[in-house]
Design a protein. Structure first.
Length: 277
C-alpha cells in the first residue's frame, strides 16, 4: 500500500537489540540495576527501625524520670505532713504562762518591757536549738539530714509557739476557747507570722479550720530551705544556725507585736482571773 512503512524498516526503528551479544549485555545491566535498587529498598526499613528503637528508649527513660519525680514529690509531701502533725500534737503540751504568772516573774515591768524580755528569751532558745543541730551535723550523714532538719523545725516551732501565746497574754489578747483551741489558734498565728484578732470570729475560725495543716506545711517547707545551711560541717553550721534562728525569731516577734499593738487591751481593763482577788 502507498504510504505504509515496509516491514523491514519497522523492525529497524525498534529501541534496542533484543537478541545477540548486545541484547544480552543490556539485559545483564538491567538486572544489576534492579539488584542495586532492591538492596537500597531493603536497607531503609532497618534505619527506620533503629530510629523507632531510640525513640522508644527515650520515651521509657522519660516515663521512668516522671515516675521518680512523682514518687519523690509524694515522699516530700508526706515528710512535710509528718512534721506538721508533730507540731500540732506538741502544741497543747507546751506550757504557756498566763499574764498573772508573767507579772509575778517579771515584777515592775510594763507590757513592752515584758514583751522584750520574752523575745530575748525565745531568741536565745531558738539559737540554742540551731547551734545544737549544727553541732550534731559536724560530720553530716546524708540519710540523717532530713531527721536533723525536722528535729530543729519542731524545736524552734515549740519555742516560737510559746512566745506567740505569751505575747498575746501580755497584750491582753488571749485567744478564746479551750487550751487545745487556743493552741491551734496560736499555731495559725505562727504559720502566718501574725497576731490573732480575737475580736473577729472569722480570724479565729480560720485558724481552727482545715487550712491550718496546709499553712503549716508551707511554713515547714520554708523553714526547711532556710535551715539547710545549718548542716554545714566542721561546726560552721552551728554558728550559722544560731545566728539565723535568733534573727528569724526576732523578726517573727516584731511582726506579731506590730499586729497586737493595734488591738492591745490595757491590763487594768482586763477581767480578773477566776479565783484571783
Amino acid at each position: 500500500m502507498a504510504g505504509s512503512i515496509p516491514f523491514r524498516k519497522r523492525r529497524s526503528q525498534r529501541s534496542g537489540p533484543t537478541t545477540g551479544p548486545e541484547g544480552d549485555a543490556a539485559r545483564q545491566e538491567g538486572a544489576e540495576d534492579a539488584d542495586v535498587t532492591v538492596g537500597a529498598v531493603d536497607t531503609t526499613p532497618a534505619a527506620g527501625a533503629g530510629t523507632d528503637v531510640e525513640r522508644g528508649r527515650a520515651a521509657s527513660l522519660a516515663a521512668a524520670v516522671g515516675r521518680g519525680a512523682r514518687k519523690g514529690g509524694r515522699g516530700a509531701r508526706a515528710g512535710l505532713t509528718a512534721v506538721a502533725d508533730r507540731i500540732i500534737a506538741n502544741a497543747p503540751r507546751v506550757p504557756v504562762r498566763d499574764l498573772a504568772t508573767l507579772r509575778e516573774q517579771f515584777p515592775g515591768l510594763g507590757p513592752e518591757e515584758l514583751a522584750d524580755k520574752l523575745v530575748a528569751g525565745a531568741a536565745y532558745g531558738t539559737s540554742t536549738v540551731g547551734a545544737g543541730v549544727g553541732a550534731a551535723a559536724m560530720l553530716p550523714v546524708p540519710p540523717a539530714m532530713p531527721a536533723e532538719l525536722a528535729a530543729e523545725i519542731v524545736g524552734v516551732a515549740a519555742v516560737e509557739f510559746k512566745l506567740i501565746a505569751e505575747l498575746h497574754e501580755v497584750y491582753g489578747l488571749r485567744a478564746p476557747g479551750t487550751v487545745r483551741q487556743r493552741a491551734v489558734a496560736y499555731l495559725g498565728a505562727w504559720a502566718e507570722e501574725r497576731g490573732i484578732d480575737v475580736t473577729s470570729p472569722l480570724t479565729v475560725n480560720a485558724a481552727l479550720g482545715g487550712q491550718l495543716r496546709r499553712e503549716l506545711r508551707q511554713q515547714v517547707l520554708k523553714r526547711t530551705f532556710r535551715n539547710l545551711p545549718n548542716l554545714t560541717p566542721f561546726m560552721i553550721g552551728a554558728t550559722v544556725g544560731a545566728v539565723m534562728n535568733r534573727r528569724d525569731t526576732k523578726r517573727l516577734a516584731e511582726k506579731v507585736r506590730k499586729d497586737l499593738r493595734t488591738r492591745q487591751v490595757p491590763w487594768d481593763a482586763l477581767l480578773p482571773e477566776p479565783g484571783s482577788p
